[in-house]
Write a protein that binds this ligand. Structure first.
Ligand SMILES: C[S@@+](CC[C@H](N)C(=O)[O-])C[C@H]1O[C@@H](n2cnc3c(N)ncnc32)[C@H](O)[C@@H]1O
Length: 217
């Protein structure tokens, strides 16, 4: 796995180009918005918010008008882009620049959604475990973990595409932004999470996993 600092440096350079990934991300993000019942949320925490594209979509047309949003990213470029994009909602949306650690400086048990899209698939498994613990700390009992990321395809074409993607990731991770196809469901400790939805969404041969899990009380 690439070192955390190298990944952040990559996204500092990649910046606005992240928005061009919508051709395969958007169908999965829309599914996550529906399965995660974001329209009912009052407090959303997003880890690895990138340019703030998902946050703007949520604040503009999904979340109730009184809902608050907290985004966090380790890339200074991404934080600047997200803050600019979310300026119209500055009274209820905040974006923090993190140090790349998996700690989120926010209140325990105060959030009803913990969202992370196309981020867990670039973390090492030990970091994913630490991030899931942090999500459980932040969410109130009954709150929802909403995760989207690349996952192995199950069809002939989608399976071949994800095998090729994994090879590229091993050979030259920057070609694929550090992300690799991953199944996150087995990484969720059953004592802490109840999986409500585990969907596969394929777009143009690329498969994404949409995982929604409830934090147990
Ligand atoms: C593939 S992009 C996805 C961005 C956005 N969530 C989206 O779906 O468009 C990965 C994002 O995770 C951020 N990131 C990577 N490692 C991180 C870490 N350890 N802590 C916080 N953010 C991180 C990157 O800076 C980048 O913005």
């Amino acid at each position: 796995m690439p070192h955390r600092n190298a990944v952040v440096a990559f996204y500092d350079r990649f910046g606005r180009k992240q928005d061009s990934q919508g051709w395969y991300e958007d169908p999965a993000l829309e599914r996550m918005i529906a399965l995660g019942r974001l329209a009912e949320s009052r407090a959303v925490c997003e880890f690895g918010c990138g340019t703030g594209r998902l946050a703007a979509r949520l604040l503009a047309g999904v979340l109730p008008t009184e809902a608050r949003y907290l985004g966090l990213d380790a890339s200074a470029t991404m934080v600047a882009l997200a803050r600019e994009r979310l300026a119209p909602w500055a009274a209820r949306a905040q974006v923090l620049h993190s140090d790349g650690s998996l700690h989120v400086p926010a209140e325990t048990g105060e959030w009803d959604r913990f969202v992370s899209t196309y981020v867990l698939d670039l973390l090492a498994e030990a970091d994913i475990a630490a991030l899931l613990q942090e999500a459980a700390r932040l969410l109130r009992p009954g709150g929802l973990l909403c995760v989207v990321g690349l996952t192995p395809g199950r069809g002939l074409l989608t399976g071949a595409v994800s095998r090729l993607w994994s090879v590229l990731h091993r050979l030259h991770w920057r070609l694929v932004g550090g992300c690799r196809p991953l199944d996150v469901a087995p990484l969720l400790p059953a004592a802490r999470w109840r999986v409500l939805a585990d969907a596969r969404v394929a777009a143009w041969g690329i498969t994404s996993q949409v995982l929604v899990a409830e934090r147990r009380g």
